[in-house]
Design a protein around this ligand. Structure first.
Ligand code: FES
Length: 285
């Protein structure tokens, strides 16, 4: 019910959110591009889990506590809580923008709205903490209502962040619902060209297969990051890894583990054997 009027409202923001998203993405691509290791750290590639949603609990919790403390007449404790909230917001923003630069279409739009809400909240909380610390004496009376308004933007931003994940699937493993394979299945091709990522079917699944000499490797073709086809990618690092053509994630051919983000989840890997002139595969992970 709520979504019936929310969706047109979100779509109507395209007129400003899409161009703003272009600018934000350009800025953050420029900032992050020279530091691929930092990007992987912020994505959560090292952890096998997105970092941004883990950090957001800190500012949301601290800023809710600040409002409770304001209502309870505890201004000093509220100031500390806002300080913690602001530090948490900055850390969450660093990780969030690393994920945001790869978004497209509706995901980019909702990501831009989410980020704008959080930036407005950040500014309001900076104004609020400044008023509490006496940075702008003429605005001393505005400390509490700016914090209250900031919390409203945090709630809206949090809702939009949830929309981005649960409705649009941002940062969701593209293989989350795919069960492990239990039996061998024949590929629909009988030969694989040397060192060339090749698309092949095994029953309903589409795989990318690579041959290096006598050895054949097989991974699921759908990139765990945002669903591009790995068979459009290229082999790197002496043919040990495959790189996705969309955002450059790299996966080990030997076991599907992530070597480089933005992907944080491994690629389903298949064991390969030859049987009666056919190539057969079975999912191992
Ligand atoms: S879809 Fe983004 S790296 Fe593959």
């Amino acid at each position: 019910m709520f979504r019936r009027w929310l969706q047109p409202l979100l779509n109507a923001q395209a007129v400003w959110a899409d161009p703003l998203g272009d600018v934000f993405q350009r800025i953050f691509r420029t900032v992050y591009s020279p530091f691929p290791g930092l990007r992987d750290l912020l994505h959560g590639t090292w952890l096998g889990h997105p970092v941004h949603p883990m950090i957001t609990d800190v500012p949301i919790g601290a800023l809710i506590i600040a409002t409770v403390l304001d209502l309870a007449g505890q201004p000093i404790a509220a100031t500390w809580a806002i300080g913690v909230g602001l530090l948490g917001m900055l850390a969450a923003a660093l990780a969030g923008y690393a994920d945001y630069i790869d978004l497209e279409g509706a995901g980019k739009r909702v990501g831009s709205l989410h980020s704008t809400s959080m930036l407005v909240a950040l500014v309001l909380y900076v104004v609020s903490i400044g008023a509490r610390l006496g940075w702008w004496p003429l605005f001393a009376g505005g400390a509490e209502w700016t914090a209250g308004l900031g919390l409203l933007f945090v709630v809206v931003g949090g809702y939009l962040g949830g929309e981005l994940v649960f409705d649009l699937g941002s940062q969701v493993d593209r293989h989350a619902w795919r069960g492990g394979g239990t039996k061998w299945q024949a590929l629909d091709i009988d030969s694989v060209p040397e060192a060339k990522p090749t698309k092949a079917k095994a029953g309903a699944q589409t795989l990318v297969v690579v041959r290096r000499g006598e050895q054949i490797f097989a991974l699921h073709d759908t990139c765990a990051h945002q669903g591009c086809s790995l068979s459009d990618g290229k082999l790197v690092d002496d043919g040990k890894r495959i790189e996705c053509s969309c955002h450059g994630s790299r996966f080990e051919l030997a076991d599907g583990s992530v070597n480089r983000g933005p992907a944080v989840y491994p690629q389903p890997h298949y064991a390969v054997r030859r049987a009666e002139g056919k190539i057969e595969v079975k999912r191992t992970s």
